[in-house]
Every structure is written in C-alpha cells, then in structure tokens.
Design a binder for this molecule. Structure first.
Ligand code: ADP
Length: 424
C-alpha cells in the first residue's frame, strides 16, 4: 500500500548463488517508462529490457522474449503487475530464466539419441546378418546334399539338419518326394524290362518257326500252316504293342478321352455278342442284365476296350460250362457295370495286384490255356481313371470273380477332368 516493493528471497552466499545460477530465476520490476524499480539480489546488473515487450506488458498483456544476459541465453516473462492491484498500475515484473541447462540437456539428448541410434542400428544389422547366416547355412547344406542325388542314386536320402524343427518338414517333404521318384523310377524300369521281355518272346517263337520252316523244301500246305501260326504271333505282338502304347499314353497324360454321348447298353451288348463264339466253344452262358437304355458321356473307343477286357477275361478264365454275368445299373449321377463269373476267382493277396502291369496270377491256378499279356486290367484302370471313375475286383462268396466299374454319367466337372482334345 505504501508503494514500497521487495522480493522475499533466500539468503544465499555468492558461491551458492553461482552454483545454482542456472536453476535460479531472476526478477526485476520496471516502470512503464523503462525505469528499474526493483531487482533480485542475485544479479549485479539490470536484466536486458525488451522495450516492445515492456510496452505490451504495461498495457496489460503477458509477453515472453528470448534474450542474451551477460552472454548467456535467457528467456524472460513480462507480467503486468497491475493485475495484482491498482497500487501497481503501470508496473511490469520481468522474470528471467537462463536457458543454458535446457540447451545443454537438449544437446546431450541429441548426442545420446545419435549414439543410441547408431548402436541399435549396428546391433540390429549385425544380429540380422548373423541370424540370416545361421538360417541359410542349413538350407545350403540341404541343397548340397540334394544336388548329389542323381537318377542312379535315388535311394539316398537327405540327412542334413533333420533334427532342427524348422527344417524337419522341408527335409521330410524332400525325402518323401525322393521316395516317390524312386518308386516311379523302379516301376518304369520294371515296365520297360517286362515290355521288352513280352515283345521278345513272340519274336523268338516267330524266328524259331521261320528258321525251322526254311531248313528244307516243304509242301505248300505246311508253309500255309507255318504262316498261319506266324500270323497269330504277329497278332499277339500287335495287340501287346497297342496295349503298351495305350499305357504309355496314359502315363504321360496324353490319354485324353474324346467324350461323346454314347449308348452304354448297346456298347455292352455288342461286347457280349463278340465274346459269344469264344464262350460257345466252352459252352459258357453269357448273360446281360440292364435296367434300361441310357446314354453317358464317355470315349466310345476306350469304353469299348474297357468292357471288352473285362468280358474277355471272364470268358477266358471261366472253365467250361460256367456262367458269365454282366449287370448294368444306373444311378442319379453315375452308372455301375459288374462283370461276374463262375471261374476260379482271384487269390486274396492278388486282388489289388492284378491291376498292375504284366501281373498274372499263376496260370496253373486259373487253368487257362490262353496266356494273356497281363496288361488288360491295367488298361481298364487307366481308362476308368481318365473318365473319373473307379474299378475294383473281388471274389463272390459262391466262388468266381466280380469286377465292378463305376463311372460318372458325365465327367468333366473337376479341374483335371477329361476335356475333348484341342486342335493343337
Ligand atoms: P491277362 O488277362 O492278359 O493275363 P489282365 O491284366 O487282364 O491280364 O489280368 C491280370 C490277371 O488277373 C490275369 O492273368 C488273371 O490271373 C487275373 N484275372 C483277370 N480276370 C480274371 C477273372 N475273371 N477271373 C480270375 N482271374 C482273373
């Protein structure tokens, strides 16, 4: 009230004041005209005065400015003291704080961040490099081992890092792939060996017969007999070659059925009709039982071959006075053909094997005089496969074999279903 002003400040020795200089706040009260009215005792000279800030504060605004004081940067706040009462009208309080500590801290922070960034970056890079190396090394080893495996050494397996969980599956998959390759290589080798054997036997027989016939002059009748026998061998060779070709085409995926709407019942009737002469010579009864006449989308040539192979087998393997029955039933989306006979049936352990190439049950058991090539049923299976169907063999409880073929009425809904071949 009497207009006297003073700052209530701590008592600090000059050394203490110097120590806490940067933490201290300096205060000074100015008149509106820029006359120093009161000053904190921690400074020896007036704070620098920003006249425009003073003017603004004198007219009631709160203002801050950045300045230099005794060559250190400071920030000042100009406060209009009149807000405290009329006694202080046109007095301005300036509070200043050194910015040194803050600047220092910021500078240190920048350095610290830079060091941290570089350190973390380097560590991440080094760690990534190390981890990458560690991850890739086993793959390299697996590749090395895989590369040493050739067609002749398909029996080898990859053994590197089978114990590391992450690579266990990779190695397993590769090994399974190798096993499959090995199996199919072995099957191919067997097939080639069997095929050449199968082709060589009739050729040897032919050669023997011809050589024998040529040894001396013979009657025309005898030549005719030899030639007729030769023709039989040639026929056998031709059909074997054709069967081999069909299987080779099925293996390479070239066996594409040319699907047409085909009268199924008539096709089967025709096959039954064709087998009659052979059946009659053994007094076999061949019967066809069909629900109705219907059409299905099949390759007529392949389908005829399928039926013929089954009917011919039944007639071939059934002893005299037996019966062969062909039953045709139609379902909503498929149809089933069952060819059963009163023959010797199939040994239990051979039920699946008879579909293998060149597999024949011991002829003594089947008591069949006609030796086949052993390719017929593998062709049946190849044909049902390309039509998207199935074929199974079983024995009847009362004796005799039954072959059951199931085919869709219209294949071609699946992705790999048979498409009519393109002109290419
Ligand atoms: P192939 O008839 O030329 O010998 P297949 O592949 O047609 O060859 O048949 C393989 C084998 O399956 C035959 O050798 C025969 O032992 C057996 N088999 C086929 N059909 C019958 C059948 N209806 N009854 C008994 N065995 C059969």
């Amino acid at each position: 009230p009497d207009g006297r002003m003073e700052f209530h400040e701590w008592d600090l020795t000059p050394e203490e004041a110097a120590q806490v200089r940067d933490l201290n706040r300096y205060a000074q009260v100015w008149s509106a005209s820029g006359e120093s009215l009161l000053r904190t005792r921690y400074i020896t000279s007036d704070l620098p005065l920003d006249t425009s800030a003073l003017r603004a504060a004198a007219s009631g605004s709160l203002v801050t400015t950045d300045q230099q004081f005794q060559s250190i940067p400071i920030r000042s706040l100009y406060y209009p003291l009149e807000r405290m009462g009329a006694a202080h009208a046109r007095h301005v309080l300036q509070i200043a704080a050194p910015l040194g500590t803050r600047d220092q801290m910021l500078e240190r922070l920048v350095w610290l961040l830079a060091v941290i960034t570089i350190a973390v970056g380097t560590a991440t890079f080094a760690g990534g490099w190390w981890l990458g190396g560690r991850m890739v090394r086993p793959v390299d080893k697996i590749i090395d081992q895989a590369e040493t495996i050739q067609a002749g050494t398909l029996g080898r397996r990859i053994t590197a890092h089978v114990d590391i969980r992450e690579y266990e599956r990779l190695v397993e998959v590769l090994n399974r792939l190798l096993a499959r390759l090995q199996d199919s290589f072995a099957a191919q080798r067997r097939f080639t060996a069997d095929a050449s054997h199968e082709l060589r036997s009739p050729l040897t027989a032919l050669r023997g017969e011809i050589e024998l016939a040529l040894r001396r002059e013979r009657e025309p009748e005898e030549y005719r007999r030899v030639l007729a026998s030769n023709l039989e061998e040639v026929d056998r060779l031709t059909s074997t070659a054709e069967e081999l070709l069909t299987l080779a085409r099925s293996d390479s995926g070239v066996l594409q059925p040319r699907l047409r709407m085909t009268e199924i019942t008539s096709t089967i009737e025709a096959a039954v009709h064709r087998v009659q002469p052979a059946a009659e010579s053994k007094r076999l009864e061949v019967a066809l039982e069909a629900d109705d006449r219907f059409e299905a989308l099949v390759d007529p040539i392949l389908f005829d071959q399928l039926i013929w192979n089954l009917v011919e087998n039944a007639a071939k393997f059934t002893p005299a006075d037996g019966q062969v029955q062909v039953r045709l039933t139609r379902g909503p989306a498929d149809f089933v053909i069952e060819v059963s006979d009163t023959g010797p049936g199939i040994p239990v352990d051979a039920v699946e094997r008879i579909f293998e190439r060149f597999y024949r049950v011991d002829p003594a058991r089947t008591q069949s005089e006609t030796r086949g090539t052993g390719l017929g049923l593998s062709i049946v299976r190849a044909i049902t496969d390309v039509h998207g169907g199935t074929v199974t063999a079983a024995n009847l409880p009362e004796g005799g074999a039954v072959f059951r073929v199931q085919l869709p009425l219209s294949p071609g809904t699946g992705a790999d279903a048979a498409q009519p071949p393109t002109s290419a």
